[in-house]
Design a protein around this ligand. Structure first.
Ligand SMILES: C[S@@+](CC[C@H](N)C(=O)[O-])C[C@H]1O[C@@H](n2cnc3c(N)ncnc32)[C@H](O)[C@@H]1O
Length: 176
């Protein structure tokens, strides 16, 4: 299967063939918010690795996928090789050290809630946090959980069908 940016994915049971609205919103966010200079990206719940692979193609010097499903990690690693980014895009179950300029997580409300400390701790000053896999009724709950960790900043909210994606662009100066 071919995706935009000529990403090729091997057939697998892993989530992330690029067709789901949440994946599509995240692909667009990676395109829109990837820094122009080499950057570090964290993809939490990486599935097929499609988001990290796009980040690597767009200039990430490091794109790390964290995924609890080891079969998905095998598929993502193969996908990184097929897309000639295996030197930059890597996948596993362990959380890497930060900071990361772009942190993307397309999971669901409860894991996003549970993992908020780990994700925000790895977000660089001036970095961008993208959360997806949410429905409209999840938004207020997630914003209330994340905003205190992000200087009470409000996210931009993007919609596709019933799905919502939240994007925080972290200030370069830490809040008082
Ligand atoms: C909706 S898929 C997203 C796949 C891909 N990133 C995309 O955007 O299409 C969510 C993935 O998160 C993984 N996942 C769920 N809970 C997780 C956790 N606590 N830590 C890491 N990965 C998790 C699932 O195994 C699944 O592959």
């Amino acid at each position: 299967m071919s995706l935009p940016e000529h990403i090729v994915l091997v057939p697998s049971a892993a989530f992330g063939d690029g067709r789901h609205p949440t994946t599509r919103m995240c692909l667009q966010a990676v395109r829109s918010f990837s820094p122009a200079v080499p950057f570090r990206m964290l993809d939490v719940g990486s599935g097929t690795g499609v988001l990290a692979i796009l980040g690597a193609k767009l200039g990430a010097s490091v794109a790390v996928g964290v995924e609890i499903d080891v079969e998905a990690n095998r598929a993502a690693t193969t996908n990184a090789v097929r897309n000639a980014v295996s030197d930059r895009a890597t996948f596993g179950t362990a959380w890497p050290d930060g900071p990361f300029d772009l942190v993307v997580a397309n999971i669901l409300r409860d894991p996003l809630l549970h993992l908020r400390g780990q994700m925000v701790a790895r977000l660089a000053r001036g970095g961008t946090l993208v959360l997806s896999g949410l429905t409209s009724t999840d938004v207020a709950f997630l914003v209330a959980a994340y905003a205190p960790l992000l200087g009470d900043a409000r996210p931009d909210i993007f919609a596709s069908e019933e799905w919502r994606t939240l994007v925080w662009r972290r200030a370069t100066v830490p809040s008082a």
